[in-house]
Structure formats: C-alpha cells, structure tokens
Write a protein that binds this ligand. Sequence first.
Ligand SMILES: C[S@@+](CC[C@H](N)C(=O)[O-])C[C@H]1O[C@@H](n2cnc3c(N)ncnc32)[C@H](O)[C@@H]1O
Length: 198
Amino acid sequence: MDRQAFFEQLAGRKNPLAFQPEHEPRMERLRLRLGDLRGKRVFEPGCGAGPLTERLAEWVGPAGHVLALDACPGMVKRCGEAVASHGHVRAMRGKAEEADLEAGAWDLILCFRFYPHLEDAAGFLRRCGEWLAPGGELVIANLEGSRELNAIHARRAGVRHDRMPSGDELRRQLQDRGWQVAEVLDEPEEFFLRARRA
Ligand SMILES: C[S@@+](CC[C@H](N)C(=O)[O-])C[C@H]1O[C@@H](n2cnc3c(N)ncnc32)[C@H](O)[C@@H]1O
C-alpha cells in the first residue's frame, strides 16, 4: 500500500486520527506554545479530517482565518464537514508542495502531524518562506518525539518510509536554508519547532 492509499483508507474510518484523552495535555501544551492566535491567518497543510482545524477555528476566532489543505479527497471532505459552521475556515484539496497561495499573507504555517509525509520537503520549505508574512512563523509539531513517531510509522505499511528528522537535524536543515530557528523540542511526547525567515 502506498501513502495515498493509506490515508484514503484512513479517511474512511470513523473519526480518523481523533485525539484521545491522553493527547489532551499535549494539545494544551501546543496551544500554550502557539500563544494568542486571535485574528491570525493560519495555513494548516496536511489537515487530515481536521481534528486540529476545529480547534484552530476557536483559537483564531472569527477575526482570524484558517486555510486547511490536504492531498487526500476523503480527508478534505471530512475536514470540510467538521468546520462547516465556521465561516472563517476553509478546507481545500491539494498537495502542500504545489499549493497556490497568496505570498506574504500568512502569520503562521502550522505543520501538525504532517511534516514526515512530505514528498518534497525542501521545495515545501522554500514555498513557506514565500507564503509567510513579515514576522510570520513556521511551526512543525507532532504529539510524539521523532524517535517515537518513527517507531509508529515503521509498523504501518503506507508510511513506513516517512521518517521524521530529529529536532537537531531539522534545525540544521532549516538553518542551512536561511531560516532562524527560535525553539526546538524533541521529547517522547512532543515535537515542536518554531522558525522564521532570517
Ligand atoms: C498523519 S495525517 C495527519 C492529519 C492531521 N494533521 C491530523 O493531525 O489529524 C497526515 C495527512 O497529510 C496528508 N498529506 C500527505 N502528504 C501530503 C501532501 N504532500 N500535501 C498535502 N497533504 C498531504 C495526508 O493525506 C494526511 O491526511
């Protein structure tokens, strides 16, 4: 099974990748790390069925805007249904590497449980640099550390080769590409990296 088939199959399940009670303290940590998002313009690539998108809708509030994008049609449909009552949130189908977004228009690009699945991470990061508004931030976050996430992926056929770099590796890769990395955490129950264009 390839990655696309894996996610399409997952999209057909009840509540794909829904947060479990043990995730809640990690989600609260993520919310605190992201800070006050009210009124912010947030791009969420790889949104899946939208478990985080629903929370982002609340966190940015009606003065903000969330664009959630996913390559898998089944996931986008689920996400669109989940946020249908929020006029300031849009769910769109597409590959993150090829997204046609307004340049300089986004306060936050939030890659949540998404980064290791990118086919062209270098190309995507270059585009992120164009999409972010001055002072805007790129955040790459997971609910597990890189080691723990890679162990989970190793057991799943469609994503077996989707490797999450360690915090140090990703910091170096970003710095080499002209990003300023302000914060990196790679702990068993949290991966969080925040960067800005240098
Ligand atoms: C592990 S899931 C996480 C979904 C969501 N962020 C969540 O936390 O539930 C990864 C998602 O990334 C999507 N995806 C994978 N490669 C993609 C790409 N190149 N562009 C956009 N979405 C992609 C998959 O379809 C899948 O829905």
